[in-house]
Design a protein around this ligand. Structure first.
Ligand code: GMT
Length: 384
């Protein structure tokens, strides 16, 4: 008989399952915790897209949302709350770690109240990821709810100093916010010389430029195409677009208008972005705002320099003149010039690739995971 190892803590993780940074961070965190012998319970309305490992320490609880004819709007938050109560009770969780304020943190706080009435104390950690503060937070109709969720969680973390600052200035916050930066698992980023894969995208004399996102307005994906249009006038290159989302049709239209179709490929939502990143030369991230820019970090871990905007937390990830360049939002001309400067100087490009990799390793899992584990340890010891 196989003797299963006793789990350390039982941790509930609530996240969005969709193609986006907060879901990726929550999933990678859960998988890393399971590797360290914690029992992890993911709770969401569908399986997080990067959660594809089998482990006796990983569980998934789907929140089903029945739609009664009476409901014009589906009350997902209540189903989530009820599911959290159920999972905490029956799986005997030690804590809930919720990613994104709305509705996750608020639902967790409601679950905490219901459980308190049953004599059970469950600590709540809320991690702010960005758009919950920078976009939703600006919407007055959400403000009091986000503020309440932040002020009443047991611990609140933000993924960058910039996001912490923005949270403190946008809301009436009466508590400490800890910065725990996002991370990558360096073991995934083996730089193989995969010339076969590279040749399936570009000729030997061409450069491979890449963009990955959920194609939402905030990503300014049209700027990716405009910058690329200027680059390819000077440097033989191809652009690969990974992801999908609301701006896709506009992007297709723009690539036709700019006569880019022969040099631009839409690949769709890829799980293992590290493979294609490993054969790329430059990453474009012209976002209007980015609390951290996890995808920039993933590119850098793959030795790909980043041309990004200088907003939000991006300067904490991408280092000007070392791992890439940071330009003002909408400054397409300078983004193209800096891209051309890098792509046309092989020595400089190599230097930036090495620097990008070295800097990304500061955000390697073994450096960041202990920060979350210390928070868990502290909360659990206080609640016993
Ligand atoms: O960028 C998105 O549209 C997705 C969003 C999310 O909530 O998944 O990403 C946010 O969280 C990521 C993980 O912490 C950060 O790396 C992204 O910078 C942040 N997005 C924005 O701030 C726009």
């Amino acid at each position: 008989m196989i003797a299963l190892k006793q789990s350390k803590y039982k941790i509930g993780i609530v996240c969005y399952p969709t193609y986006g940074g907060s879901g990726v961070v929550a999933t990678e965190l859960g998988m890393a915790l399971a590797n360290k012998n914690h029992e992890v319970h993911f709770i969401s309305y569908s399986q997080p897209f990067r959660l594809d490992v089998f482990s006796d320490k990983i569980n998934f609880h789907e929140v089903s949302v029945p739609n009664y004819p009476l409901f014009e709007y589906i009350p997902y938050e209540h189903n989530l709350t009820a599911k959290l109560v159920d999972v905490v009770l029956h799986e005997k969780l030690n804590l809930l770690h919720v990613h994104y304020a709305i509705p996750h943190a608020f639902a967790a706080l409601s679950a905490k109240q219901i459980l308190a009435a049953k004599g059970i104390h469950i600590p709540i950690i809320t991690t702010l990821h960005g758009t919950d503060i920078t976009l939703l937070g600006k919407d007055k109709s959400f403000k009091s709810v986000i503020e309440f969720a932040i002020n009443n969680s047991d611990v609140v973390t933000a993924v960058s100093e910039s996001l912490k600052k923005e949270t403190l200035s946008s809301f009436n916050i009466k508590r400490e916010i800890q910065v725990v930066p996002n991370f990558i698992d360096s073991s995934l980023y083996k730089h193989e010389n995969n010339s076969g894969l590279r040749r399936s995208f570009v000729r030997d004399d061409e450069k491979l430029i890449i963009h990955i996102s959920n194609f939402r307005k905030v990503k300014r994906v049209q700027d990716v195409l405009k910058v690329f249009s200027k680059i390819q006038d000077k440097v033989a290159s191809k652009l690969i677009l990974i992801g999908d989302g609301p701006e896709r049709l506009e992007m297709e239209q723009l690539s036709r208008n700019l006569d880019l179709c022969d040099n631009v490929r839409f690949i769709g939502k890829l799980k293992a972005v590290e493979r294609i990143l490993s054969v790329s030369d430059l990453f474009l991230l012209p976002s209007a705002t980015e609390s951290f820019g996890l995808v920039a970090l993933e590119a850098m871990a793959s030795r790909v320099p980043v041309i990004s905007t200088n907003t939000g937390g991006l300067p904490e990830v991408n280092i000007e003149g070392k791992t890439g360049f940071l330009l003002d939002v909408k400054d397409i001309k300078s983004m193209a010039e800096k891209s051309i400067e890098l792509l046309s100087d092989e020595d400089k490009l190599m230097q930036f690739k090495e620097c990008a990799y070295k800097h990304a390793m500061q955000f390697d899992l073994p450096n960041i995971l202990p920060m979350y584990e210390a928070i868990y340890e502290d909360l659990i010891s206080k609640s016993q």
